[in-house]
Design a protein around this ligand. Structure first.
Ligand SMILES: [Zn+2]
Length: 242
């Protein structure tokens, strides 16, 4: 048997790895440690697998949500849950911000490069959290647009538009219409990791798959890709505001 590189399909809320099997007829799926694995007969084209996945995606998402927090996976549960009070630390690219909460009109701003001041009319954790998410999304729009302009000439492909989204289980995506989308949560990762995700999605404008041509282009533009990928594997579950 020859071993082929695994195909991957990126859906809205999850990424599925395709395993070709000698099974006949139907496409099956299973969840293995939070990942979706599709078992598909060799003769079914990717376009068909994608259609089947789309039709089953709500079932898969339900299962993923139930399976994402098994009690045995202690490392996936933050050791201390955020309370959104003054003094808490928030990762932001290569720095760390200290949260300062106050009561007043709505505003969120970074002062002295170190403190993030959040003002809300009534101090409660949900309002502070929402204000922070809005702030991260805004920073993502500016920062990622700038990184796309930097890397697009190196990749040799320009997206039609950039969108910032909230995803549970993916960092970015690229549509066949040339739209690249990024999860705002990556703004909590080091800037090199953000760059690696930007390059990954830009390379999809040239190659809509995860085949050897795609990876060659990614590594040509961003040679440290493996390190960034490893960082996301180890630390990615800490990104976001829960
Ligand atoms: Zn990809």
């Amino acid at each position: 048997m020859t071993s082929q590189p695994l195909d991957v399909i990126e859906m809205n809320d999850f990424v599925a790895t395709i395993k070709r099997t000698s099974r006949k007829g139907s496409v099956g799926f299973r969840l293995s440690s939070g990942k979706v694995v599709i078992l598909a007969p060799r003769d079914i084209p990717m376009s068909q697998i994608r259609l089947i996945l789309e039709s089953k995606s709500h079932i898969i998402i339900d299962k993923l949500n139930n399976k994402n927090h098994p009690p045995s996976q202690a490392s996936r549960v933050p050791s201390t849950k955020r309370a959104y009070v003054s003094g808490e630390k928030l990762a932001y690219l290569d720095s760390e911000l200290v949260l300062q909460v106050s009561q007043g009109g709505f505003s969120t701003q970074v002062v002295d490069l170190h403190n993030i001041n959040v003002s809300v009319p009534a101090v409660n954790s949900e309002w502070v959290r929402n204000a922070l998410i809005r702030w991260y999304k805004l920073q993502a729009q500016k920062h990622i647009a700038q990184r796309v302009s930097y890397f697009a000439p190196m990749v040799g492909a320009w997206p039609k538009a950039i969108e910032i989204k909230t995803y549970k289980a993916r960092w970015g995506s690229c549509t066949s219409k040339g739209l690249v989308q990024f999860n705002w949560k990556i703004m909590m990762a080091p800037s090199a990791v953000v760059d690696s995700i930007v390059v990954h999605e830009l390379c999809h404008l040239l190659h809509m798959h995860h085949g050897p041509d795609f990876w060659a282009q990614v590594v040509r533009v961003f040679p440290a890709y493996q390190d960034a990928k490893q960082w996301l594997k180890d630390e990615g579950h800490h990104l976001g505001l829960d």
